[in-house]
Design a binder for this molecule. Structure first.
Ligand code: ZN
Length: 276
């Protein structure tokens, strides 16, 4: 393949889960060889490894470690489980610090056995408990609002407006937002909420992929950019107008793509990125 300027990829980051069949070492080597500059690490990719050494390995490949995915899952009707979640988030902060990234993405959680408002209150309390450790470790926490189809168990924070409200209530420089087009594209308030988020310096991360139509699996049928109905260039323009100049993070969970040759998939990701 010849010769598009490498600068096109300067802001491209790929999540380890996107190429899940590859071990993290393999992803790092292949991303770097393809000119990708950033990697976001899912915690499952670190199992059984020395985390600090893995961070060194990624940096030695020339990759920026954009974030660690994921913390969160704060709400529960059971106080023992709520405490276990706090403990697990504290471990995530230690892991992020050891890895050498300054950002953790939070999938905030929900418990279908209680009201969403109760889950939101527990999310706020959980995040507030973590701020001392987060600031001591130099690790920021990004609330990722999830599409409302996940409001039963995965997140009671379902719009960027709710995430902005939460950040403004918590008022900590360590707490912001990860905006993912897959979760937010449908929201009629998205443009103004992106500007609001940027104006408050809360926009910490930007995730991209596409919403396929039809979507045949609610979790693992995400599309490559350009394959679905998300107006990615438009949303990207809002995010940049809001002052965001960080990585565009490709986060695709796909049973379809995980079955394919990952080297070919990586090339498809890069082509799709260049076109969005
Ligand atoms: Zn995401």
């Amino acid at each position: 393949m010849s010769a598009k300027p490498i600068t096109h990829l300067d802001r491209l980051c790929i999540h380890t889960i996107t190429t899940k069949p590859w071990a993290i070492e393999e992803s790092a080597k292949n991303f770097a060889a393809a000119g990708v500059k950033g990697i976001t690490v899912w915690r499952d990719a670190l199992v059984g490894r020395d985390i600090k050494k893995t961070g060194d390995l990624l940096r030695n490949e020339g990759l920026s470690i954009v974030s660690l995915c994921r913390g969160g899952f704060f709400p529960s009707t059971d106080p023992v489980k709520r405490q276990a979640a706090i403990d697990d988030n504290r471990r995530a902060i230690e892991e992020a610090h050891a890895l050498g990234t300054d950002l953790i993405v939070l999938v905030c959680g929900a418990d279908p056995g209680q009201a969403l408002a109760t889950s939101r209150q527990q999310i706020r309390e959980g995040i507030e408990k973590l701020i001392p450790e987060a600031s001591a470790a130099g690790v920021r926490l990004a609330i990722e609002p999830l599409h409302p189809m996940y409001a039963d168990t995965r997140s009671a924070i379902n719009t960027l407006g709710q995430a902005n409200d939460l950040c403004e209530a918590i008022q900590s420089p360590w707490v912001g937002v990860a905006a993912d087009v897959y979760h937010l594209w449908w929201d009629p308030s998205l443009e103004q909420e992106i500007y609001r988020c940027g104006a408050n310096n809360h926009l910490f991360a930007f995730h991209i992929c596409d919403w396929k139509s039809p979507t045949i699996d609610l979790l693992n049928d995400r599309g490559l950019m350009g394959e679905g109905c998300v107006p990615i260039p438009l949303i990207r323009s809002w995010v940049e107008k809001a002052g965001f100049d960080g990585f565009m993070e490709v986060e695709i969970f796909s049973n379809l793509y995980w079955q394919q040759d990952q080297a070919k998939f990586l090339q498809k990701i890069i082509e799709a990125y260049k076109n969005c």
